[in-house]
Design a protein around this ligand. Structure first.
Ligand code: AMP
Length: 605
């Protein structure tokens, strides 16, 4: 499926033995019940609560003095919270919610950068039995209003500047929003808001974590989807079993790790893998308060002795664009595992990791709805560059056949599966893993449409090779139909990136009277290259040689910035809408053209 040779692993030479040395054995022996048994549960068998598993459990077992979160400030200085601090601060936050009358199941929103208050608020909300809903601090007033309204937000934690700019203008239209807590009120809250620090200092941490049950709602994650209004995906406390298992197998977390997830908690990766999974494993998690900058990132990796790094293709491509020489001189010898998620990871980036950072990048796949990693490349397993890897133990993945309208084919109540290797189908998962979403808030019908013939349909198209490795083809909506061929944009984008002048590419289909659609590429050049007709023809010729004329782009435009979401995904549907002069649809997650680096999502107000 790829022209890139597999990257073999020599497990005996690893500095730390992986948690899953044998994938097939782990798949055979694993059960979700067993994963659940490894959780502590609330004392006295009162239930299950994510915050107890992530924090209080460590304190109860004598690990309260271990460093939990290490924040890296703009000037490179650090401040840390140990597990004991985090237990206390989250307990205080829960007490503040309780005193304000914010009850079990009610929604607490955040609109905050990556500050200690955010982490205490997330965990304190769980402890109170309320539901946490993070928002990107870079959202404008309308997306903020829309989500607070859809989620019936009862309380919001934010800063003065964000409040003034994004909440005050829409507050009158949000009657259910009772309490606004300013993290930086400094004794003088804005009219109609509260001083969070003052309330926290007067509160006594709650004595007992709320007795939530595994099926109680814990998190609400808005995902914008490709069309329509944002959907609020519901996640429950029981999901923590999946955060634990995936942290163990896919990220290979060991308690002594210094782990850095570069995603902002405003999106699901930053929540599941920036907060919950690392804390459940008792590691030290790095939180960079700033945005992507190549030199800063290499400095953090080296100076903080990061051992496990979880990042995104868009960030890796930026580092690649900055040039390998930027990595030189940084001692990355502590680093032992690198993983990536959020978008297809081009083989070029996998191999670049090996050459420049000394380790290949391990792609993994999941989505807001799955709540946790579903398919991954594992430390002890050979990498096939360009593949998402194989399903987690406990996860059954398949490819469902689609009809000409793109609908899953179901006969006699059973989905028809594509079993032939290297053949495209819709990626589907057998429901039942603990972190699966339990619904879209107030949208039963939209939720129901995600299932067919016994499977959860992901909306992504993929192939599986004869050895069970999955290969991403594209979002169902992004696939291009040209002269009878189905073309996945990822394959074409990856090929474009192999050209020495290309930094990043986005590929769409545009209507053509003969072929139905033809492939059009939008290309960002590496520094030092100038757009020209000659270069345009050269790049098209380059892809033709590799992909053939039927798949290679027929049209190519140079662009200085590809439209991306705040979480770093190329918005192909927007490229297409702009190309065709169509309405742009929901652009609330679109990164501002002059905004911060994608993949992180924090904006300095
Ligand atoms: P979100 O729910 O916003 O996290 O987006 C999930 C979507 O991102 C998936 O359905 C895929 O389309 C895409 N995605 C995430 N990880 C990968 C990956 N490793 N390879 C390809 N696509 C990915």
């Amino acid at each position: 499926m790829t022209r890139w040779p597999a990257i073999a692993k020599d497990v005996a030479a690893f500095p730390v033995q992986p948690n899953m040395p044998d994938y097939d054995a782990a798949r055979r022996d694993f059960s979700w019940d067993q994963a659940r048994e490894e959780l502590a549960g609330l004392p006295g068998g009162r239930g299950l609560n994510i915050a107890y598993e992530a924090v209080d459990r460590h304190v109860a077992e004598g690990r309260g003095g271990r460093e939990a979160l290490r924040f890296i400030r703009a000037d490179g200085g650090t401040r840390s919270l140990d597990y004991g601090d985090l237990a206390e601060q989250s307990g205080r936050f829960a007490a503040v919610l309780r005193a304000l009358g914010v009850g079990r199941g009610e929604r607490v929103f955040s609109l905050l950068g990556r500050s200690p208050e955010l982490y205490a608020a997330v965990l304190g909300t769980f402890k109170n039995g309320s539901v946490f809903c993070p928002l990107f601090s870079a959202f404008g007033p309308e997306p903020v209003r829309q989500r607070l309204h859809l989620g019936a937000g009862r309380a919001l934690v934010t800063t003065r500047a964000l409040y003034r700019k994004k909440v005050a203008p829409v507050r009158d239209s949000l009657p259910e929003l009772r309490h606004i807590l300013l993290a930086d009120a400094d004794g003088t809250p804005e009219p109609g808001t509260l001083d969070l620090a003052a309330l926290l200092s007067r509160a006594d941490p709650i004595g007992e974590v709320a007795g939530t049950q595994p099926e109680d709602m814990a998190l609400l994650h808005f995902t914008s989807g490709t069309t329509g209004t944002p959907k609020g995906a519901i996640h429950v406390h029981g999901a923590v079993a999946a955060h634990y298992a995936t942290g163990r197998f896919a990220l290979d977390l060991h308690p002594e790790d210094v782990y850095w997830c570069t995603a902002d908690p405003g999106w699901v990766t930053g929540m599941s893998y920036g907060i919950i999974a690392p804390l459940v494993h008792g590691v030290t998690a790095i939180v960079d308060e700033e945005e992507l900058d190549a030199d800063r990132w290499y400095r953090i990796l080296a100076d903080q002795h990061v051992t496990v790094w979880y990042t995104a293709p868009t960030a890796l491509r930026m580092l690649m664009k900055a040039g390998a020489e930027r990595a030189a001189g940084h001692d990355l010898s502590a680093l032992r595992f690198i993983a990536s998620v959020g978008e297809p990871l081009n083989p070029e980036a996998v191999v670049w990791g090996q050459e420049v950072l000394g380790l290949p990048v391990h792609d993994n796949w999941w989505q807001t709805e799955t709540g946790g990693i579903m398919i991954a490349n594992y430390p002890a397993m050979d990498i096939r560059p360009g593949s998402m890897g194989r399903p987690l133990p406990g996860i059954e993945a398949a490819l469902v056949a689609r009809d000409a309208d793109g609908k899953a084919v179901v006969t006699d109540g059973q989905a028809v599966l594509v079993t032939e290797p290297d053949t495209m189908g819709e990626l589907a998962l057998r429901p039942g893993w603990p972190s699966m979403f339990r619904g879209y808030l107030n949208e039963e019908e939209r939720y129901r449409r995600c299932f067919a013939g016994g499977w959860y349909l992901t909306g992504d198209l993929a192939k599986r090779d004869a050895d069970g490795y999955f290969w991403f083809v594209g979002r169902g909506d992004d696939v291009i139909k040209s002269s009878g061929h189905l073309i996945g944009p990822f394959e074409v984008e990856s090929c474009l990136m192999e050209h020495p002048a290309v930094a990043e590419a986005g590929v769409i289909g545009v209507p053509d009277p003969v072929a139905g659609e033809v492939v059009k590429a939008f290309v960002e050049l590496k520094p030092g290259n100038q757009p020209s007709e000659a270069l345009q023809l050269e790049i098209i010729g380059f892809t033709r040689k590799r992909l053939g004329a039927a798949v290679a782009p027929r049209l190519l435009d140079f662009t200085s910035t590809l439209p991306k979401t705040r979480s770093g995904k190329i918005l192909r549907r927007l490229l297409k809408a702009r190309e065709l002069g169509l309405p742009e649809g929901d652009t609330s997650t679109l990164e501002a053209p002059a905004g911060p680096a994608p993949g992180l999502g924090k904006e300095q107000p």
